[in-house]
Design a protein around this ligand. Structure first.
Ligand code: FAD
Ligand code: N01
Length: 542
């Protein structure tokens, strides 16, 4: 990838990451006239969609909703082909945006930010990269992604394996041909569930190692019809507004009834509608209490188990695939294409790690407590050190030299998921304690980018040098996020939302479940009240 960056070492803003968040942030800061550099570890734009090239990778928010809304011209000229776009189509879209807005000239690729230190005297950030460069910036914007730091399974021996090991989150660009191979896949989250049916089509033998079964439903993906694309394009503004004020960034009718007040027939009809529509949001928000009452939730969970029993021929395998230990929706549920059907294939085996745990990777394959299985290739579909992983991978030092790792030792603390007390002029796009991963992330990304841009414009207009949330405002927001989370079933489950997938990580519910519309109003209110909860320092007199 050619790199036309001016490579200035003294800029107004450094943005870390060139996924959808970093790209849009660059565009808005440029429009504001700020000199800006983006540092990106990958060789091109796209973030998630640059790295996650595993077979079957696709979005489970509809393409025409999972796209930028900031440019009506872009909306009109780009035409999505599938209801749920595959990774190559989304990457192509990201590349088109980079070309259209001439973004690449300010992006330094193949470079990782390793350290960022706040210089209290200069009131600037000193940002160091793994290529030995140091950049001085007034603003530091972390667009590092919630799901960008891959996590391997915590079992020994990977370095001894004689075949190839792949992680879904760092898939080879040239693709992998599994034809004729014996393949083991570890992990049955969204990445596993999407890739397993496609790998099964190629592999001679496929073994799936499952620790916790997931709730999944068919995507019913299909090409988009010309008429529906035209209709959406004609009504885009209205739709975007609905997205912004919705609960999950995907407009669905709000439920009015408790699942426990509905009859079994009414419930089943409602769940069947969500299942047939391939809409996760519809299923999760079918009833008022699906995400807050275990008994209500169980009715949806049992509906899905019933579908698994219908699809999977072997009742024992069907039972092993049926989630029972946690409420539906409290781990990220999945949309699939032929996932459960895959286990009816003679060459596909499911290993229940709850019965026979993983012990080690051997030179020839994988050993569980009862036997060793030999493979030509192993796929880790084992997820990410989510939400905080990419932020804490950078050695960030704020006021008084305090490290972010220390500050967040008991879990992330932010004000609105946007800023961190003691780390002036540092912004986090879709940071912990914002709706982020509990939403259509394009909606949340755009909202954060626009809030940050408006804030920087406000500072310029008012000659303000730094902004920093107060500890009181941060504490109050952290308590609020916890209180709202505690009113739901989410904290009951060991999920990556809770940090439970990474050994030793503090157990904290890391996203705000109040809804993207409610959250947007809160952020706007903070601004309307003179940036309530933030302290500004004026620029030194000229
Ligand atoms: P990312 O796309 O993660 O980009 C962050 C970038 O920062 C990366 O390119 C990374 O290389 C770079 N970076 C990180 N640290 C550093 C560093 N220290 N130095 C330099 N560069 C760094 N969301 C949805 O709403 N709907 C979906 O259907 C959906 N599907 C998904 C499927 C997969 C497989 C995954 C992994 C995530 C999915 N997501 C989905 C979430 C997805 O991450 C977001 O939708 C969105 O793409 C995030 O954009 P971003 O720019 O915030 O972060
Ligand atoms: O990761 P995950 P992912 N031994 O953490 C298992 C988004 N996304 O990459 O559940 C054995 O969900 C782990 O088991 P358990 C989406 O937000 C979206 O699949 O911890 N097993 C689990 O089964 C998603 O939630 C799409 O018991 C181990 C799996 O690995 C997020 O990204 C597609 C293990 C990890 O599942 C992450 O999804 C893809 C071990 N030591 C991703 N360690 C869409 O379709 C982990 N596992 C939109």
């Amino acid at each position: 990838m050619s790199d036309h960056t001016t490579k200035r070492s003294n800029v107004d803003a450094v943005i870390v990451g060139a996924g959808f968040a970093g790209m849009y942030q660059l565009h808005t800061l440029r429009e504001l006239g700020l000199s800006t550099r983006v540092i990106e570890a990958g060789s091109d734009v796209g973030g998630t969609w640059y790295w996650n090239r595993y077979p079957g990778a696709r979005c489970d928010v509809e393409s025409m909703s999972y796209s930028y809304s900031f440019s009506p011209e872009l909306e009109q000229e780009w035409t999505w082909e599938e209801k749920y776009p595959p990774q190559p189509e989304i990457l192509k879209y990201a590349q088109h945006v980079a070309d259209r807005f001439d973004l690449r000239r300010d992006i330094t690729f193949d470079t990782r930010v390793s350290r960022a230190v706040y210089d209290e005297e200069a009131r600037r950030w000193s940002v160091s990269t793994d290529t030995g460069e140091t950049i001085s910036a007034r603003f530091l914007i972390m667009a590092t992604g919630c799901l960008s730091r891959p996590k391997a399974p915590e079992i020994p021996g990977a370095e001894r394996f004689e075949g190839a090991i792949y992680h879904t989150g760092t898939w080879p660009h040239e693709g992998v041909d599994f034809s004729g191979m014996r393949v083991g896949v570890i992990g049955t989250g969204s990445s596993g569930i999407q890739s397993i049916p496609v790998i099964a089509e190629q592999a001679r033998e496929l073994t799936v190692f499952q620790r916790t079964p997931n709730y999944s439903m068919p995507a019913h993906n299909r090409p988009l019809e010309e008429e529906e694309v035209a209709e959406m394009k004609a009504n885009y503004r209205e739709w975007r507004e609905k997205q912004r004020m919705s609960g999950f960034g995907v407009p669905v009718p709000l439920p009015t009834q408790s699942a426990l007040e509905a009859t079994q027939e009414e419930r089943d009809a409602t769940y069947q509608r969500g299942w047939d529509a391939g809409s996760l949001t519809e299923l999760i928000t079918s009833f008022t209490d699906t995400l807050t009452d275990r008994e209500a939730n169980e009715t949806a969970a049992e509906f899905i188990r019933g579908r698994i029993r219908e699809i999977v021929d072997d009742p024992e395998v069907a039972e092993a695939l049926s989630p029972r230990s946690y409420p539906m929706g409290t781990k990220r549920p999945c949309l699939d294409t032929n996932y459960y059907q895959t286990f009816n294939e003679a060459h596909v085996e499911l290993v229940n790690l709850r019965e026979t745990p993983l012990m080690e990777i051997t030179p020839k394959g994988v050993r569980t407590s009862d036997q060793e299985r030999e493979f030509d290739a192993i796929v880790f579909a084992t997820g990410f050190d989510a939400m905080t992983g990419a932020l804490l991978a950078v050695d960030i030092r704020g006021e008084g030299g305090r490290s972010l790792r220390d500050k967040w030792a008991e879990g992330p603390r932010t004000y609105l998921g946007l800023m961190i007390a003691g780390f002036p002029n540092l912004f986090t796009i879709t940071g912990p304690s914002s709706p982020s991963v509990l939403s259509n992330m394009m909606v949340s990304i755009e909202q954060h980018v626009e809030w940050i841009t408006d804030c920087i414009a406000h500072m310029r207009e008012n000659d303000l040098r730094t902004i920093d949330p107060t500890v009181e405002a941060e504490d109050a927001w952290v308590s609020h996020v916890e209180m709202v989370g505690d009113a739901t079933l989410y904290p009951q489950t060991d999920s990556w939302y809770m940090g439970a997938n990474v050994p030793g990580k503090p157990r904290v519910f890391m996203a705000y479940i109040g809804g993207v519309g409610v959250y947007r109003e809160k952020c706007d209110e903070v601004v309307a009240n003179g940036y309530e909860g933030f302290a500004f320092h004026p620029s030194p007199a000229a």
